[in-house]
Design a protein around this ligand. Structure first.
Ligand code: GRF
Length: 273
């Protein structure tokens, strides 16, 4: 098989997995979801009453075609569950004029998330979902997708969000849900990427920013940054270095999106233009 055929086969398999994993018809948002208040609240250009919302390439091309000075801040929502240092890095980059984005809404999966305090300190609207709401994860994602749309978000930035995202979010923001992972994917997937890499004794690890979809940690990779693990580091030292990279890389990737530079190819790899 040529490498092109292999890539195509991998992409087909990947699509099959996505379909199996979460995009079963019963998991999709109902027509009512797209037809009701959410439709009225989003801007006129984005109100087609169908499941087909603009994909990332279409929106990125639109931004790329605009003069830099005319590009409005990229409207984003941030999902988090914990301390929110990545949220803080985005807030700081915006304040420093290095990131042309506006955080319209911060969604927390738990009320104790310190990230909520950071959002409040920056006067950003927040939404905290209760355990009861999350009892039905699909319904929870319908609520989140609805609120993100109502707040005017075009992209969803996951920053330490310890929940799976499901069809309502993925379909509402096709290829526009972004995640950061503290390892070089596809290695060390899952919730303990730093510890797992450390325990395996890798000499190089790093950070990945990718498009999230139904197959966890497997979406198209937008950017990666490597880190050489030095002799004598313990896992805490490794973690500090990983976080330091994240806090630079995530704002950089969101700025790529703000500049319209991210294009997803047919074979589900990403070209940064
Ligand atoms: C980061 O390490 C990120 O890679 C992972 O969760 C952590 C979130 O940290 N997905 P914080 O809440 O942004 O401080």
């Amino acid at each position: 098989m040529s490498s092109r055929d292999e890539a195509q086969a991998a992409a087909d398999e990947y699509r099959r997995l996505i379909e199996e994993a979460a995009l079963a018809p019963e998991a999709l948002p109902s027509d009512a979801f797209f037809g009701d208040a959410a439709e009225r609240e989003v801007d006129a250009g984005n109100t087609a009453a169908s499941h087909a919302r603009p994909g990332i390439n279409e929106l990125q091309d639109e931004r790329a075609a605009q003069d830099q000075a005319d590009r409005a801040p990229l409207p984003i929502g941030v999902l988090l569950s914990g301390s929110g240092t990545n949220l803080q890095a985005l807030i700081d980059a915006i304040d420093a004029g290095e990131l042309n984005a506006e955080i319209k809404l911060v969604v927390a999966s738990r009320p104790s998330a310190y990230g909520l305090k950071r959002a409040e300190a920056a006067c950003i609207q927040t939404l905290t979902l209760s355990k009861e709401t999350y009892a039905d994860p699909i319904q929870a994602d319908e609520v989140i997708a609805h609120e993100l749309l109502a707040a005017g978000c075009e992209y969803v930035i996951m920053a330490g969000y310890m929940r799976m995202v499901h069809a309502p979010l993925l379909v509402t923001f096709p290829d526009r849900v972004i995640n950061i992972h503290p390892a070089l994917l596809p290695s060390f997937q899952g919730a303990h990427g730093i510890q797992d890499a450390f325990d395996r004794g890798v000499k190089v690890t790093g950070v990945t920013v990718h498009i999230a979809n139904a197959v966890y940690d497997m979406g198209p990779i937008i950017a990666q940054r490597a880190l050489v693990v030095e002799e004598g580091w313990d896992v805490d030292t490794l973690e500090e270095h990983i976080h330091a990279i994240e806090h630079v890389l995530y704002p950089e990737v969101v700025q790529m999106l703000a500049d319209g530079r991210v294009h997803v190819r047919e074979n589900l790899t990403v070209e940064v233009r």
